[in-house]
Write a protein that binds this ligand. Structure first.
Ligand code: AMP
Length: 371
């Protein structure tokens, strides 16, 4: 199942056809079990319940009657609190067991109307069955005799339920994506390509949160945390810190910035395991990696830049040419394949990383502005 668009909104898969099928089957069997030999009248509330009622009565293992009613607001009256007009109830229900089949019960306002209407029908008993129930939204205290699935208080479409007319026909149920659109950049390039420098400009311009895994590790080393001690032994040699340690740390950083408009990931992912983990983390936020923007710089320029930086940064891994060369080697052996990973999704954008800092920023902006 895929994300779908209805009018101006996006919806993500929520409940599959087979889960719906199970829930409906279970409800039908429960009702049948409880009613014994009684022939019930199932009443669907239109429009939303048409698909449920159709499936429900097909699964109902005994004889039954089925009919539909519709509640409509009086012309010109819009508020949900208003008394509604009933359409379609022509049958005499005196002495009958009536089972209302609702697609969804949220606030319970419709249910209140149903109770009001049936008060004068002299039924034997009025039972309420609903496929979906939102406990967080329910404000009434009418008993719900049968509930298919309890769901959180989020807007859903499909299986009879619509968003402004669309979506009723979908055989599965989708949930509104509520998170705002995020711009998530993977800033890529070998050590010394200028990722940190450029990230500082990009985060200002696009209001993004910059996460540099190298910086987070160095912060932990400085503060002598357990994570820092562990990371240091790898970093000093120019090796990668183990994936799970790095991924957990990155996830915690993303969580700490829950309201962010987007992220610049700098130094992460560095291999395919990390890239797959990042996709999962972003998917859990209803988002995704928007692009990998790579600063392309030749090796010899990198070595010179890093040795320069080592003179002032105090970074041990910037001061020794063999460690620098090893980091560049690690980049080509383990990290550079990520170019293919993102290129396969049309998300790779290479940018010439040689030249003035401002010129390079402009090249990056040109790419990002088109995303
Ligand atoms: P950087 O500042 O990005 O050059 O990273 C410095 C060092 O931190 C690397 O050489 C690794 O030892 C470690 N490191 C940073 N990011 C990661 C990562 N995504 N996975 C594993 N190790 C990392």
């Amino acid at each position: 199942m895929q994300t779908i668009t209805l009018h101006d909104k996006q919806f993500k898969p929520f409940i599959s056809e087979s889960e719906l099928d199970d829930a409906v089957t279970k409800m039908a069997n429960q009702v049948a079990h409880d009613l014994g030999d009684e022939v019930p009248v199932f009443i669907g509330i239109l429009n939303g319940s048409f698909m449920l009622v159709s499936d429900f009565v097909k699964k109902y293992p005994k004889p039954c009657e089925v009919t539909f009613i519709k509640l409509a607001s009086y012309e010109g009256v819009k508020s949900t609190e208003d008394i509604q007009r009933l359409i379609g109830l022509t049958q005499d229900l005196t002495g009958r067991t009536v089972v209302i089949l609702e697609d969804i019960i949220d606030t319970g306002n419709t249910l209140e109307e149903v109770h009001r209407i049936f008060k004068s029908e002299n039924v034997k008993q009025l039972l309420i069955a609903t496929l979906f129930y939102k406990p967080e939204a329910y404000k009434k205290d009418f008993k719900l005799h049968y509930v298919g699935l309890e769901i959180p208080n989020k807007f859903i479409v499909g299986y009879g339920l619509d968003y402004d007319g669309l979506g009723r026909d979908l055989p599965a149920v989708y949930q509104l994506k509520t998170t705002q659109h995020m711009t998530n950049l993977v800033l890529f390039g070998p050590p010394g390509a200028g990722k940190g420098t450029q990230a500082n400009f990009l985060k200002e311009k696009y209001d993004l949160v910059h996460i540099s895994t190298g910086d987070v590790f160095r912060y932990n080393i400085k503060n002598q945390t357990a994570l820092g001690t562990l990371a240091k032994s790898y970093m000093d040699k120019g090796h990668l810190v183990p994936d799970q340690v790095t991924i957990d740390m990155l996830e915690a950083e993303v969580e700490r910035n829950a309201g962010a408009k987007g992220f610049i990931f700098d130094g992460f992912p560095r291999n395919e395991t990390q890239a797959i983990a990042l996709d999962k983390i972003m998917a859990s936020k209803d988002s995704e990696v928007s692009a990998m923007v790579a600063l392309e710089v030749e090796d010899e320029v990198l070595v010179q830049r890093l040795l320069e930086r080592g003179k002032t940064s105090g970074r041990k891994d910037d001061s020794d040419e063999s460690i620098i060369r090893n980091r560049i080697k690690v980049y080509y052996n383990e990290t550079a394949i990520l170019k293919d990973y993102y290129a396969a999704q049309n998300k790779y954008f290479g940018v010439d990383g040689i030249g003035g800092i401002e010129d390079i920023t402009k090249r990056l902006n040109a790419v990002i502005d088109k995303l």
